[in-house]
Design a protein. Structure first.
Length: 102
């Protein structure tokens, strides 16, 4: 019977660090038709903001043309965009919600 000989070298465990997933900003874009109160409702309902914080973001959207609602992983950001867009359309508002890489 033959015997196998192995080298006496040891294998060292290498730990690789996975990079964190890229994050995406979810933004609301200003338009001339969506009421400010509706934007506040969207921010409270889909982004968990209190009324004061939602009002600040709504004013930023109104004055600067866009405002950041939150920063999320790609799947969560895409879901938020779809939820907001669907809710706005079902209430007959043209509110635009988009995502962009952070």
């Amino acid at each position: 019977m033959a015997t196998k000989h192995q080298d006496s070298s040891l294998l060292e465990a290498k730990r690789s660090k996975a990079a964190p997933p890229p994050l995406y900003k979810v933004l609301l874009l200003n338009d001339d038709f969506t009421p400010m109160d509706f934007v506040i409702i969207v921010l409270q309902r889909f982004f968990g903001m209190d009324r004061e914080h939602a009002t600040r973001i709504m004013l930023k959207v109104h004055t600067e043309g866009r405002g950041v609602c939150g920063v999320y992983t790609r799947d969560v950001a895409a879901t938020k965009v779809e939820q907001v867009t669907s809710f706005a359309r079902s209430n007959q508002h043209p509110l635009a919600c988009v995502m962009e890489e952070n």
